[in-house]
Write a protein that binds this ligand. Sequence first.
Ligand code: MLT
Length: 257
Amino acid sequence: MTTSLHVEQAGGGLPLVLLHAFPLSSAMWAEQRERLASRCHVLTPDQRGFGASPLGPDAPDLAACADDVVALLDRLGLDRVVLGGLSMGGYVAMALLRRHPERVRALVLADTKAGLDPEAARANRLRVAQDVERHGNGGLVEQMLPVLLGSTTTTERPGVVERVRAMVEQAPPSAVAWAQRAMAGRSDAFDVLAGADVPALVLVGDEDVLSTVDDARAMTEVLPQGQLAVLDRAGHLSALEVPDAFADAVGTFLDGL
Ligand code: MLT
C-alpha cells in the first residue's frame, strides 16, 4: 500500500525530486527550493511518517518509500524526473531506481552510500528503534547531532545546529523506529547503480563521517555516467551546511542535461 505524501514545491520546468535525510523532513530542503526554483521544478516530499506525511500501516521497507514517491509522481502527472536524495533519501532513490528505473531521467546522490551496514551498525539501528518506541526520541538528538553535522558547522554555524536540533526533536518516534528498521533491511545497491546508464551526480561533504568521500567515490566509479563533487567544509547534511555550494553543483549538473 502506498502513503499519500505531502510535498513542498517551487519553480517550474524540469522536475527535480529531492528526498530528505533521516530523521528530518522536507524542511531540510528550504534553501535548495529557494536557490533552484529559477532553474527547475523542485519537489521535496515528506517521506512517510515525517513532516506532514502519514506513516501508513506497512511493515518497514524502503521499497514502500520508493513506491510512495512513484505514486506522488503519478498523482502530479510527472513521468521521468531527476531523482535526488540525501543519505536516507539516497537509499530511497536507489530503491526507486531498482523498482522503477523508467521514471529516472538523471540522479543526484548526496551524502549517501550504496553498500550495506556492517552488522554492528545494523544491530544498533534495531536497538535505536526499540529505544525510541519505549522512551521517545529524546536521546536521539545528542546521539545524532555530532555525526549529522560537520566539524566546521558544529563550531562556526550555530544557526544551522539549532535548526537541525529542532528538526530532529520534531521527528515522531514511530517514524524514527520504522525508518531505522527499513534502513536496517535495505539491499546493497551497487548492482542497481552499475545498471543506471543516466547522468549521475554524486555529492559529499568533505567532513561527512556517516557517508564518507570514499563511499561517494565507490558509487561514482560504478555509475556508468557518474561524476563526483566534494563540498568543502561540509558534513553529512551538506545541503543545509553549505547551501550555495550544493545548489551550484546541482544547478551546473542540471544545465548539462
Ligand atoms: C540519514 O542522514 O539519512 C541517516 O544518517 C542515514 C543512516 O542512518 O544511514
